[in-house]
Ligand binder design. Structure first.
Ligand SMILES: [Zn+2]
Length: 194
């Protein structure tokens, strides 16, 4: 059981580090290129994930109450997905608007925008968008791997100090076995102190 837990923890740590690296690459990339992923599960509903310099934008648009047979390619393309990358414009337009979150949140790179638009001859469109900064994604992806890394560094330090590698108890008086937690320690661990 303990072994399984350790394997699971290693998987989570590796995934988190991998995600962190991917986020960092996307972060740097976002200053040169705009990535755009478009996904529609059904006609009239689509999700949009795109990058801006240092930012990630995720939006959902849903068209309901259709009143005509006019179809708009940008609003209700049929189900499917697409991905495209384009060079960043020379003067990129800020995605933040006064209709979004408080300016303090926007300054940090966070935003939430929601509105309902209605066209009498077309239908009603519900739009919702969140923006978050790449740094928050990098931080969130790195977080799960911090405790295991701290543990590894601490264990290394304890070992080099001649302390118990499991609990850090001073083993200079009792080399070989930790009186605190019972961990058997190789003689070399205590000797390395000298
Ligand atoms: Zn111990």
């Amino acid at each position: 059981m303990k072994r399984l837990l350790r394997v699971l923890l290693n998987v989570v740590t590796t995934m988190s580090l991998l995600l962190f690296v991917v986020t960092m690459i996307l972060w740097v990339r976002s200053h040169w290129v705009t990535d755009h992923l478009w996904l529609s599960p059904l006609r009239g509903v689509h999700y949009d994930v795109s990058s801006r310099p240092g930012l990630i934008l995720i939006s959902r648009s849903a068209l309901t109450g259709r009143t005509s047979d006019i179809y708009s390619d940008s609003l209700d393309r049929g189900p499917g997905w697409s991905f495209e990358s384009s060079a960043l414009p020379k003067a990129p337009v800020s995605p933040f608007t006064p209709d979004g979150s408080h300016p303090a949140w926007q300054w940090l790179g966070f935003d939430h925008l929601a509105y309902v638009q209605s066209w009498p001859s077309f239908g009603v469109r519900k739009f919702r968008r969140i923006i978050f900064p790449m740094w928050s994604a990098a931080l969130a992806s790195a977080l799960p791997s911090i405790p295991p890394l701290v543990r590894i560094v601490r264990r290394k330090k304890w070992r080099s100090e001649g302390a118990c590698p499991a609990c850090g108890y001073d083993l200079r008086a009792t080399p070989g076995r930790c009186p605190e937690c019972g961990t058997r320690v190789g003689a070399s661990a205590a000797k390395s102190k000298e």
